[in-house]
Design a protein around this ligand. Sequence first.
Ligand code: SAM
Length: 284
Amino acid sequence: MEKWFNEIIDENVFDIGARTSIKIGKTLFEGQSEYQKLEIVETPKFGRMMILDDCVMLTDAHEYAYHEMMAHVPMFAHPKPEQVLIIGGGDGGTSREVLRHESVKRCVMVEIDGLVVEKSREFFPALTTGLDDPRMELRIEDGVKYMEDKVDTFDIIMVDSTDPVGPAEGLFSKDFYKKVYAALKPGGIVVAQAESPYYFQKTQRELFEVLREVYPYTALYLSAIPFYPSGTWSFAFASKQHREDSQPRWEDMKAMALELEYFNPEIYKACFALPNFVKRNLQF
Ligand code: SAM
């Protein structure tokens, strides 16, 4: 019998009523941590798939469309990113991309749920290659708490979180983004996964309301990610000083693009172009 995984965008919660449906095979792991339900399943076409609390996090086949875009856009917008912080990101994909950059001296990853890291190491070896890099500092703790006392420490902060419910709720608050601001060095940049511009417009408006109260510069960029609801996903970009067009390192981008699946200099330029409905929703 055929088995399908349905990610349901509940009409009672989001006023949407839609499903993303992916054909699946065997379940490789199913467990409940202190924070969330984790499932890892096989799919016939997309390799293994990770699901947290009934939401698809990634597939082996297309995870690059998320991780490359989360990491390389801010990394190349910055002249010399040395100190990088990832909040969440327990599957390892974002850290793998960050560590491709030779300028990086330290990459701290603060993931609340040790089970996600443990099972990613076991079932997603291609994503977790960076976790044993000597520049990596992995901490299993709440990202909100970790930010409490950090001042002038990081060049780039990436908020690679789940949706704004459960443990990730605090990662969308003004208080959190104020602490992120304090933790960034003067040329620092923060990026955060910012949901679907088609389905989650209210969440996006709320996030940008918060960001604009704290940061002098904000932008939004897009990626096409087939395993997320609506297939179009976005990332918020906020900074104290650098804009995406201030001094991007085009030559370095070109060189790294040879080893990547999605990101290249043309994508860097194009991903900040927004459809009118997105501009209107977020007042760009
Ligand atoms: N790419 C994904 C997406 O947008 O669907 C995100 C994947 S990543 C696995 C998200 C991670 O954020 C999860 O492993 C979750 O445990 C972690 N997370 C959620 N809240 C957190 C918090 N307060 N502090 C640190 N990590 C958190």
